[in-house]
Design a protein around this ligand. Structure first.
Ligand SMILES: [Mn+2]
Length: 185
């Protein structure tokens, strides 16, 4: 079973993540941030990953950033951090996901020499300061934290009018792309 359980406690946040890469998309998520919960559930469902996330913290910025770190570490652990373990996976994954007028694209490289490379390209114009109860500047920050700690290269692009749709399509695309990239050859 390709699973991982990671706990991280700092002065700012207390986060617990359980992940099963070969799951069915069941999830139990509580971060205290409703839209972020919705996005993590979307990621789990469309990636068919079983995911438990319990997060608390002082500020929503810290909770989102640190959840990215812990989920990144859990992904790294579940896939295996060693180059030979990553070489067992398909390695590349991509998805183009529409949500009404919005369209998101996500491309991933989870492998490569040295067990993966960390790089984030997030080219999404988010016109509003907030999507529901999330500051939009925390969304690229989450992707960067995740990519850095999972040793992934992540490219995200999206267009659209409705910010909720745009961000939701991005998280769906991340789930679908990652379910492809992590598949065993
Ligand atoms: Mn929604």
């Amino acid at each position: 079973m390709r699973t991982a359980s990671v706990k991280r406690k700092t002065k700012e946040t207390n986060i617990e993540v359980e992940l099963n890469l070969d799951g069915t998309g069941t999830h139990e998520i509580s971060t205290g941030i409703k839209f972020f919960d919705h996005m993590l559930a979307t990621f789990s469902r469309h990636g068919s990953f079983d995911l438990v996330v319990h997060a608390t913290g002082d500020l929503s910025h810290h909770v989102i950033e640190d959840t990215g770190i812990v989920l990144g570490e859990a992904l790294k652990k579940a896939i295996g951090g060693e180059p030979e373990e990553r070489e067992k996976t398909v390695r590349f994954g991509y998805a183009i996901i529409p949500m009404d007028e919005s369209l998101a694209r996500c491309a991933l490289d989870i492998g490569g020499i040295g067990g993966g490379r960390s790089y984030t390209v997030f080219e999404v114009e988010l016109g509003k300061e907030r999507v529901e109860d999330v500051n939009t500047e925390n969304i690229p920050h989450f992707f960067n934290s995740l990519a850095t700690h999972a040793n992934f290269t992540v490219h995200v692009y999206a267009t659209g009018e409705n910010e909720h749709h745009k961000v939701e399509a991005i998280f769906k695309a991340l789930g679908v792309a990652l379910s492809k990239a992590t598949r065993i050859k």
